[in-house]
Design a protein around this ligand. Structure first.
Ligand code: BES
Ligand code: MN
Ligand code: ZN
Length: 491
């Protein structure tokens, strides 16, 4: 979908649909005011009669208003004016975007960002509205072609406003592309999106953007580096693993990069600790950490941010096989630390630990790993918050603030050293499972042992990366949080 700014007065806009926002108890926005005057007071009458519903996320099409060039208006409710904040604004914009996608419209003209509320500015509201519209417009088509009754995504959206808003729209466009990249990769079936496919995708990104370099390590190279934890997971699969390294040099080469590391388990059967059918069903999504860091990388490369970024993807498939690793095996990680594998389904931490050790060679300023790591995170935080763990308070605060600023929120969980002893093993430096209590934290504790000398944070996106149930599919999170963090750093 194309997005552009358009200063035409709302009533005169040529578009399939004009999109106006309303709150309960708030003033009419400038565009709503304009349309009200052009239509001889129709807007105020429709509000009065409650044909415009101001409830949050409620939408009404108003057809054929006199004096208005657009053939229809979508009136969008944002709830009570005094309760309006960025998360509620975002939620109503997403709901509006969904209605627009499902309706046979090619273009629309958005004025939702004219709604003011405390702590917001026009640029941020425009960016959030544009991002929400673009995200709602997403439709998976790779293996399901469009049919007559399919939703009809928008081709273009104009946003009310002048060129002073262009930098904000450019950010939205880049971040939206990052989200779309992550979702498309995440939604692909595991028989298409395997480690080799992810490497190919990285190659096309490297070709497309300036200042991007790619390196892909195959299993032989990883074996030479001693990555036996990662390779242990891969052994049961016929699809060979890849360690994908995308580098973006947007600042002086000697500036320490941000390193983002993604769990790219393209399918997680559990290995010999086989998952049940019910639990295995969604495990094509186990590469959403990889999809998220690749999406954030795309947003950064498209904006050509003034910073250095390394994106590492541990692309591996976890399968049972005669040659698969077993519960009881002891693996020696690249760091030299030994790991007793008690459950082959706790594979994410095994591929990530070697990727974390490898990332030290880039002399990172910070390392952030992203992973659909634990079912326990879903139990703890549900689907709204990403789990955040870190060994560095300022970094944890920066990431939390970045997530809040773009409504892709994370919540910090305590990585106290008291939890570490749950990983004690009589046969190795650690075991790969910490038992039932605080499973999300013992997974974080495990990773922390491979980032002791680094400013490091871990994002567990098991609950936030995809939607469960009938609207099943990838959300693209945490592309927004990561992109905002990178924007904040680039200044
Ligand atoms: N990929 C799963 C975690 C997961 C489960 C994410 C459900 C989203 C939804 C991970 O590899 C896994 O299997 N974790 C185990 C760890 C356990 C064996 C310690 C889990 O959470 O059950
Ligand atoms: Mn698993
Ligand atoms: Zn997994």
């Amino acid at each position: 979908m194309k997005m552009n700014l358009d200063n035409t007065p709302a009533a005169a806009v040529q578009s399939d649909c004009l999109v106006l926002g309303f709150t309960e108890g708030g003033d009419l926005t400038p565009s709503a005011q304009e349309v009200d005057e052009a239509s001889g007071g129709a807007i105020r009458r429709l509000l009065e009669s409650r044909d415009i519903d101001t409830g949050i996320g409620k939408t009404r099409f108003l057809i054929g208003l006199g004096g208005v060039s657009a053939p229809r208006i979508l009136a969008v409710g944002f709830g009570k004016q005094d309760k309006l904040d960025l998360p509620r604004f975002d939620r109503a914009c997403l709901a509006a975007g969904k209605v627009l996608r499902d309706h046979p419209l090619e273009s629309c003209h958005m004025c939702l960002h004219e709604l003011e509320f405390d702590g917001s500015d026009a640029g941020r509201r425009l960016r959030q509205a544009a991002l929400a519209t673009h995200r709602s417009n997403y439709l998976y088509t790779t293996t399901k072609p469009l049919k007559d009754d399919s939703p009809v995504p928008l081709q273009s959206t104009g946003f009310q406003g002048g060129e002073e808003l262009q930098p904000h729209l450019d950010q939205a466009t880049a971040i939206a592309l990052g989200f779309e990249t992550a979702r498309t990769l995440g939604d692909l079936p595991p028989n298409i999106c395997n480690p080799a496919y992810l490497a190919q995708e990285a190659a096309s990104i490297a070709e497309k953007y300036e200042r991007v370099e790619l390196e892909v390590l195959e299993e032989e190279a990883m074996a030479e580096l001693g990555m036996d934890a990662l390779l242990g997971v891969s052994r049961g699969s016929a699809n060979r693993a890849r360690l994908i390294v995308l580098k973006f040099t947007g600042a002086d080469a000697d500036r320490n990069p941000v390193v983002i590391v993604g769990k790219g388990i393209t399918f997680d059967s559990g290995g010999l600790s086989l998952k049940s059918g019910e639990n295995m069903m969604q495990m094509k999504f186990d590469m959403c950490g990889a999809a998220g860091v690749i999406g954030a990388f795309v947003a950064c490369a498209r904006l050509q941010l003034e910073l250095n970024l390394v994106c590492l993807v541990a692309a591996v498939e976890n399968m049972p096989d005669g040659d698969a690793y077993r519960p009881g095996d002891v693996l020696t990680s690249m760091s030299g630390k030994t790991i007793e594998v008690l459950n082959t389904d706790a594979e994410g931490r095994l591929v990530l630990c070697d990727a974390l050790t490898y990332s030290e060679k880039f002399k990172p300023d910070v390392i952030i790993d992203v992973a659909t790591l634990t079912g326990a995170c879903v139990i703890a935080l549900g689907h709204h918050a990403t789990g955040l763990m870190s060994n560095d308070d300022p970094l944890a605060e920066e990431l939390t603030a970045a997530g809040a600023a773009i409504v892709d929120r994370a919540w910090r969980l305590p990585l106290w050293e008291e939890y570490q002893s749950q990983l004690d093993s009589p046969f190795a430096d650690m075991k790969n499972v910490g038992g039932a209590p605080a499973g999300v934290l013992t997974a974080g504790c495990f990773l922390s042992r491979f980032a002791e000398e680094q400013r490091w944070a871990h994002l567990d996106i098991a609950g936030s990366a995809w939607k469960w149930g009938s609207d099943n599919g990838v959300t693209g999170r945490p592309v927004g949080l990561l992109a905002q963090y990178l924007l904040d750093r680039a200044g």
